[in-house]
Design a protein around this ligand. Structure first.
Ligand code: HEM
Ligand SMILES: *[C@@H]1O[C@H](CO)[C@@H](O)[C@H](O)[C@H]1NC(C)=O
Ligand SMILES: *[C@@H]1O[C@H](CO)[C@@H](O)[C@H](O)[C@H]1NC(C)=O
Ligand SMILES: *[C@@H]1O[C@H](CO)[C@@H](O)[C@H](O)[C@H]1NC(C)=O
Length: 337
């Protein structure tokens, strides 16, 4: 029985590989991002972002998780172009309400607004919201003890958002491994990038509706959850959907506020909170991913190095249109008028 759907996934997988090869040839004509893009126009940009992020992460480490996730969800929809930041208006349907964005569960927008305000008074009209989000995500990781990497900049903000692409491109908690891999390949990211970037789940929380099927064993028979903390999880997340849907728990319940490799340890013991995460270790298709999970669980330095490289690749997904038709938004929530 299991063979038929897996064949379909495999076909999608091959189609996606072709698409990703095609789309990477289209990207070649864009100006590359550079480290010194704002050197003369806004020399303090990195300091200003860091200072704001320091405030927000010190006051609540969860803010680091919000910003890192926002950056990921921005880049997977028409490239890292600040499209995720756009609010709904009469003539623009934003991405925030897409089901894959938890129908409005993304947070951290006010932090980006705050940084934007600071930058508009220091160097008006210069720094794109897409760059702000990318730099802020790097700082978020550092501030919860994760690795440092240099952030290439020079992105432009889109004048559009894409609700449908948000629904299609962003992976979900109950998706199988091949589906998730194909979504990364489509963006020009490898299986290694996927496993390393998923390590971001070492910080932050998930809502009950994203792990209910897993803890009650209704995710089409897959990956039974190791039961050491099952009863506690069930008390947080009732079986019936309803008032408990937005109850949250940490994806890395050992060190929820620290960026470390203990997320991978939860997978080794079968305790990954999200089915999608556990898939990397437990899926029958996960030969390569399982090796990587072992590697990052054993070697935090290898994880940090790969995470840094993969974050630069994630931030390098570009929207070809926004280079031609992009802008620097004055307010990250609205296209300039
Ligand atoms: C590999 C496929 C991925 C899937 C299926 C996935 C899915 C999810 C889900 C379901 C949540 C919980 C959201 C909620 O309940 O509100 C979540 C949270 C989070 N994700 Fe992912 N994610 C993936 C990859 C990534 C990547 C690549 C990053 C960043 C590099 C990332 C960063 C985060 C962070 C930081 C949180 C915590 C947010 C918070 O505390 O509110 N995720 N993810
Ligand atoms: C189970 O929950 C307890 C109480 O919250 C916690 O101290 C412990 O670390 C958890 N164990 C695992 C394996 O997650
Ligand atoms: C939400 O979780 C708390 C425990 O963290 C629990 O006491 C409460 O009953 C849960 N809410 C629902 C509606 O189940
Ligand atoms: C970023 O993308 C450009 C093409 O848009 C490519 O030439 C460059 O090698 C990429 N850099 C990284 C670090 O992936």
């Amino acid at each position: 029985m299991a063979v038929y759907p897996s064949l379909i996934s495999l076909q999608c997988f091959i189609v996606f590989i072709c698409i990703s090869i095609f789309s990477s040839t289209v990207a070649a004509s864009e100006p590359p991002l550079t480290l010194d893009y704002y050197k003369s126009t806004c020399p303090n940009v990195f300091d200003i972002v860091r200072k704001e992020m320091e405030c927000h992460v010190l006051s609540d480490p969860r803010n680091a998780a919000f910003i890192v996730r926002l950056h990921f969800h921005d880049c997977f929809v028409q490239g890292c172009d600040g499209s995720i930041l756009l609010d709904d208006t009469i003539d623009l349907r934003g991405e925030k309400r897409a089901s894959t964005n938890g129908l409005n569960s993304l947070k951290g927008f006010r932090i980006i607004d705050k940084i934007k305000n600071e930058l508009e008074s220091e160097c008006p009209g210069i720094v794109s919201c897409a760059d702000i989000l990318t730099i802020a995500a790097r700082d978020a990781v550092i501030l919860v003890d994760g690795p440092y990497w240099d952030v290439p900049v020079g992105r432009k903000d889109s004048k559009t958002a894409n609700y449908d692409l948000a629904s299609q491109n962003i992976p979900t908690a109950n998706e199988g491994l091949l589906g998730i891999i194909s979504k990364f390949l489509y963006q020009g990211l490898s299986v290694t990038d996927m496993v390393a970037l998923s390590g971001a789940h070492t910080i932050g929380m998930a809502r009950c509706e994203n792990f209910r099927a897993r803890i009650y064993g209704t995710t089409s028979g897959k990956n039974p959850l190791a039961d050491s903390n099952l009863s506690e999880l069930k008390s947080i997340c009732p079986a019936m959907s309803g008032p408990g849907d937005n109850n949250v728990t940490a994806m890395d319940n050992v060190t929820p506020d620290l960026f470390d490799n203990s997320f991978y340890h939860t997978l080794l013991t079968g305790e990954g909170l999200l089915n999608s995460d556990q898939e990397m270790y437990s899926s029958v298709y996960g030969i390569e991913t399982r090796k990587l999970v072992h590697k990052y669980a054993a070697d935090p330095v290898a994880f940090f190095n790969q995470f840094s490289d993969s974050m630069v690749k994630l931030g390098n997904i570009t929207n070809s249109d926004s280079f031609v038709d992009g802008e620097v938004r004055r307010n990250c929530r609205f296209v300039n008028t």
